[in-house]
Design a binder for this molecule. Structure first.
Ligand SMILES: Nc1ncnc2c1ncn2[C@@H]1O[C@H](COP(=O)(O)OP(=O)(O)OP(=O)(O)O)[C@@H](O)[C@H]1O
Ligand SMILES: [Mg+2]
Length: 232
């Protein structure tokens, strides 16, 4: 689904944000990307949705070769992804429904289909009753759930989230992670950048660590406990 081969990213002439990073993510995986501030997490995610271009190496995602991809292919790439940010990035002057349906409108979908899909995405995050509210009338956790609904509305193959719980208290963070797990359970590949160690420890998923732009570790999800059959 996602393959990075010797990826390097320089900002300007000397600053290397990523150095020789290689790894592969299979379809349906749930992965945490972690590392200290400045390690290159956001940069790596930006390469995936083609906000930035790698300086060296090859990056493939859902059939697209990003390093050599023409600009006109960007919309097709982004239609396969849902992206969630720490600061939600909702449009304040639009209702919850309009925020979620916006992408579909741009894609030229009929109003009936926009309505049906937006409702389904909002239901998935448990906010179907808030569709007429405005973002500022919602709590932080609710706003983030709207942002997740917006990311899901187009049935993405991959959900990418950059510090999605950075502005939320631990309980809400846990709730958002449970939601990501459910989304992942439906087959969507999920990649979450975070430096919240508690969260990572609780979730028991594969964890990829960056440090100073280099791959520091790649630890598989801990094996699930073997359930023994009852003794007869
Ligand atoms: N647009 C940019 N121009 C120049 N340098 C940048 C740019 N974006 C990031 N950097 C630098 O690249 C390095 C990696 O930054 P990045 O934002 O990827 O780190 P991060 O792991 O996401 O950190 P944080 O946990 O603080 O979000 C940092 O040294 C940063 O200063
Ligand atoms: Mg970052």
């Amino acid at each position: 689904m996602i393959t990075l081969t010797h990826i390097g990213k320089q900002y300007g002439r000397i600053h290397a944000a990523l150095v020789d990073v290689s790894f592969q993510i299979d379809p349906g995986e749930f992965i945490f990307l972690t590392g200290p501030s400045g390690a290159g997490k956001s940069t790596l995610l930006k390469l995936l949705f083609r906000e930035q271009v790698p300086t060296t190496g090859e990056l493939r995602i859902a059939g697209h070769r990003l390093a050599s991809m023409p600009l006109k292919e960007i919309p097709a790439l982004r239609r396969k992804m849902g992206i969630v940010f720490q600061d939600f990035k909702l449009i304040r002057t639009m209702t919850v429904f309009e925020n979620v349906a916006f992408v579909l409108k741009i894609l030229g979908m009929s109003h009936a289909e926009q309505k049906q899909r937006a409702f389904r995405a909002l239901k998935m995050v448990g906010l179907q009753h808030k569709l007429a509210s405005y973002p500022l009338q919602l709590s932080g956790g609710e706003q983030q759930r709207v942002a997740i609904a917006r990311a899901l509305v187009n049935d993405p193959l991959v959900l990418i989230a950059d510090e999605p719980t950075g502005n939320l208290d631990p309980d809400l963070a846990q709730e958002i992670m449970a939601l990501f797990e459910r989304i992942n359970g439906q087959g969507t590949t999920v990649l979450v950048a975070t430096h919240d160690r508690n969260l990572i420890q609780r979730m028991k998923k594969r964890v990829i660590g960056l440090d100073h732009g280099r791959l520091a570790f790649d630890s598989p999800a801990p094996a699930s406990m073997v359930v023994l059959p009852p003794l007869t």
